[in-house]
Design a protein around this ligand. Structure first.
Ligand SMILES: Cc1cc2nc3c(=O)[nH]c(=O)nc-3n(C[C@H](O)[C@H](O)[C@H](O)COP(=O)(O)OP(=O)(O)OC[C@H]3O[C@@H](n4cnc5c(N)ncnc54)[C@H](O)[C@@H]3O)c2cc1C
Length: 391
């Protein structure tokens, strides 16, 4: 590595969860030919990827996601093996909600059946018997899938970064990309002090995706929202130990989700897509009172033993597509530039998405099915599309 190097085999814009993974997977192929550029410090909390934990699960509403999740587990397993770090903790996962809830649990069951994923269907009595922490009536039902658990988000990002550097990649913090141009198959990536050149570019800019895509005259109908998670000082901490209490998702509108104790001294709970739209450049970090109230009221009704005093509230951004499906594709006019946008549920896929971006810009193809995630799907061409965030 030299200080004045300008030409790289591949450049990654953004080193959050997906970009750090991309840098790692590219560096396995190109070693020191990889440059990653991050506008803030590595591990900053202004984006989407930096808490202790994210839910990982095979349980999804469409077979395409279940298959991608199967490859995600396999990919995390390879990173764990190669790094010696533990990044996934299985706790089991419970999807539960009213039988007539806004999210159709049957589609989850059907997708898992199609993909050969074992799971159990549970009625309310069985849920109460296994996890008496739940205070639910007989109108509630659920699915239990034993492989669900925790992706150790902040730790995994640091691992991807460390591994990328060990393969020779150069990762630069405090280096915002301010302009990108292309000529004759070569991208010129301009930062404040330098211009770098490459024939392969991966964009993983999270909430700043439209800013990056504007360099290619693309504007997607994305909505960036400020979300929040709360760790609660439950009175009986043992009842929320990872061995005794699984990750869970409440399948209704509003939808809530939660974790056993991991990283802080109490269970973590949040509303999914319960935040308000913000500008990532001017956002605040203060929690939203109405969001906190909804989480409080939900817990008081259904999971009262989790409801101790809040220990910590963290805010974090979602970058939402109108259909809540990811964007993972090559640019229509630039086949060697690929982009991934996570739509607020991509951390579990971070490593496999990084691998896929590296496959797209290197091989021009990937074994994964990206048909749901294309850039040219009609809803992404609408200026003001209807938004469906419940999945
Ligand atoms: C509260 C919360 C809970 C979540 N829960 C789950 C969950 O349980 N399970 C799950 O799978 N997913 C979950 N997600 C979603 C998941 O965390 C995100 O989908 C994923 O982390 C997105 O990663 P990213 O790399 O796209 O974005 P980010 O981590 O935001 O990374 C983008 C990076 O690009 C950098 N950047 C942008 N523009 C530039 C530029 N011009 N130059 C240089 N750098 C630039 C940014 O600074 C940033 O570091 C959750 C998200 C939140 C906020």
């Amino acid at each position: 590595m030299t200080a004045d190097r300008r030409d790289y085999e591949a450049i990654v814009l953004g080193l959050g969860g997906i970009g750090s993974a991309t840098a790692y997977w590219l560096s396995k192929r190109f070693g020191s030919g990889v440059l990653g550029l991050e506008r803030f410090e590595l591990g900053h909390v202004r984006g989407e990827s930096q808490d202790h934990s994210r839910i990982i699960r095979l349980s999804y509403h469409a077979p395409e996601y279940v298959r991608l999740a199967q490859r995600a587990y396999q990919t995390w397993h390879e990173v764990e093996r190669d790094s010696g770090d533990r990044l996934i903790m299985k706790t089991g996962g419970l999807d539960l909600g009213p039988r007539d809830g806004a999210i159709d649990i049957a589609t989850y069951a059907q997708s898992m059946r199609i993909c050969g994923v074992p799971f159990e269907e549970l009625d309310a009595a069985e849920i109460r018997r296994r996890w008496p922490q739940w205070n639910i009536g007989d109108d509630i039902h659920g699915l239990f899938q034993a492989d669900s658990g925790i992706a150790m988000a902040a730790h995994a990002n640091a691992t991807h970064q460390r591994m990328a550097r060990e393969c020779g990649a150069e990762l630069r913090d405090w280096t915002p990309v301010i302009a990108i141009s292309e000529s004759g198959g070569e991208f010129q990536i301009r930062t404040e002090n330098d211009t770098y050149r490459t024939s392969r570019l991966c964009i993983a800019a999270g909430p700043w995706s439209n800013e990056a895509l504007a360099n290619f005259d693309l504007l997607l109908p994305l909505e960036v929202t400020k979300e929040q998670v709360t760790y609660f000082g439950a009175a009986d901490l043992d009842a929320f130990a990872p061995e005794r209490f699984p990750v869970w998702i409440w399948m209704d509108d509003p939808s809530f989700y939660g974790f056993p104790i991991f990283g802080e001294n109490g269970p973590k709970v949040a509303q999914d897509a319960g935040g308000k739209p913000v500008d990532p450049n001017t956002r605040g970090f203060e929690p939203d009172e109405s969001n906190s109230r909804r989480v409080h009221d939900f817990l008081a009704k259904y999971l009262p033993s989790a409801l101790g005093p809040p220990i910590l509230v963290k805010t974090c951004l979602y970058t939402l597509t109108p259909d809540r499906d990811f964007v993972v594709d090559r640019l229509p006019t630039q086949a060697s530039c690929a982009v991934a946008i996570g739509a607020g549920h991509a951390f579990k896929f971070a490593s496999v998405l990084g691998r896929i971006l590296s496959e797209l810009v290197t091989d021009g193809r990937t074994p994964s099915d990206l048909s749901l995630f294309s850039l040219d799907r009609p809803i992404l061409k609408e200026r003001d599309p209807a938004r469906h965030y419940m999945v």
